[in-house]
Design a binder for this molecule. Structure first.
Ligand SMILES: Nc1nc2c(c(=O)[nH]1)N[C@H]1C(S)=C(S)[C@@H](COP(=O)(O)O)O[C@H]1N2
Ligand SMILES: [Mo]
Length: 373
């Protein structure tokens, strides 16, 4: 079957044809496998954009395999590999280190995947895989310094306690950072989220937090930190999380969060269809905007294709989203609201979804259709 949109290969294999980054056939509905992922991995209801700090139960959740149950008495963090002084630390030893708390907006790199066409078969996020939490932990840099990195160390590998199979390859969930990335002062070994011990699904008893990067870098259920002398080539690093347009190219690695704004859909919803109804008159449309570099520079609200600037509030911190608001005089009829953000480097959200094989970094402009009564 040919791609009706004339896109280049790889296009449209049956789901079963390809283990790596399978694509849905054109028009194929969400499968039960995808639904299973979708119900395990919750998104943040967009009403959650109301809060500077997302309540824990509203924060999005992404778990590749199973949530490991950790016996914290036996649990140790091993710090080793190419270091002068390998150590094993109990959680109390880590929690007695210098402590900081920072608000960080985290977003899944697959956010927006479900609306791509053809659709990469994976966790089918619409736009809600985002949240901002206050993470409490100790800077990773201090621990690395104490361990003493060997001169020939090039990366740090972070290992989680969870294990599973992806594309036929069995592995522990592992990700790496270059030494210079890993040494950034804002990278944390975090044991608390919004002032309470991590909940099991968010990485108890200890996780990495990499502000500015898509969520995959923030390894949960940490058990190991290893300095390595060659770039890490594990599945979640070298195969997954790539901006890859065909199976023949390795693709650029997914790193920092692309600029995005979302709005709280105004009015009231229809339960089943989620169609929205708004009363005519003055409406204040609000939302949040973020990116993985500096603060978001601007947000615009679109009404039926006409864009007007929104007002941006202060961010709760340098790694967190900013609230925006914009007034709209709602006149009866059907309208399409949209919002788009621009970052300090001039990157603006696209009006057409940036397609890639794994469905990564789709920061397409959000549109919300409303009927004004
Ligand atoms: N050990 C481990 N860490 C992990 C994951 C995982 O499956 N296992 N998922 C990653 C991905 S893809 C994302 S988006 C974030 C989600 O963090 P959250 O569930 O706390 O929001 O965790 C990351 N860390
Ligand atoms: Mo993710």
């Amino acid at each position: 079957m040919d791609d009706p949109y004339g896109r280049p290969a790889p296009f449209g294999p049956l789901v079963a044809d390809c283990h790596m980054a399978p694509l849905a056939r054109p028009g194929q509905d969400i499968t039960f496998d995808e639904l299973q992922l979708a119900t395990r991995n919750r998104g943040m209801p967009l009403e959650g954009l109301h809060y500077d700090i997302t309540p824990v139960g509203m924060h999005y959740l992404l778990v590749h395999f199973d949530i490991p149950s950790v016996d914290v008495g036996d649990w140790r963090l091993r710090v080793g590999g190419a270091v002068d002084r390998p150590v094993e630390l109990a959680i109390a030893e880590i929690r007695s280190r210098p402590e900081v708390t920072i608000p960080v907006t985290m977003e899944c790199a697959g956010n927006g995947r479900a609306r791509l066409d053809p659709r990469p078969i994976s966790q089918p996020w619409l736009v809600e895989a985002v949240g901002t939490a206050e993470w409490t932990g100790t800077p990773l840099a201090g621990l690395l310094q104490e361990a003493g990195l060997a001169d020939d160390a090039v990366e740090i590998v972070f290992t989680g306690a969870d294990r599973g199979i992806e594309s036929g390859i069995e592995h522990d969930y592992q990700r790496s950072l270059t030494i210079s990335e890993a040494s950034r002062p804002e990278i944390l070994l975090a044991w608390a989220m919004n002032g309470r011990d991590l909940e099991p699904q968010h990485g108890y008893p200890l996780r990495l937090i990499v502000p500015g990067w898509y969520g995959m870098a923030s390894v949960k259920w940490l058990t190991g930190i290893d300095a390595v002398t060659a770039p890490f080539a594990g599945y979640q690093q070298a195969t997954a999380y790539r901006y890859q347009e065909s199976r023949d190219e390795p693709g650029e690695p997914v790193t920092r969060i692309r600029v995005r704004a979302l709005m709280i859909p105004p009015g009231i919803p229809d339960f089943r269809t989620r169609s929205r109804f708004v009363d005519g008159g003055a409406v204040t449309v609000t939302g949040r905007a973020w990116c993985g570099t500096e603060l978001v520079a601007g947000v615009e609200l679109g009404v039926d294709g006409d864009w007007q600037p929104a007002v941006l509030d202060e961010a709760p911190g340098p790694w967190a989203w900013r609230r925006w608001s914009c007034s709209w005089e709602a006149v009866p009829g059907d309208h399409v609201l949209a919002c788009r953000a621009i970052d300090a480097d001039g990157n603006i959200q696209p009006g057409e979804a940036p397609w890639n094989l794994q469905g990564m970094g789709n920061n397409l402009v959000q549109e919300v259709a409303v009927s004004v009564r």
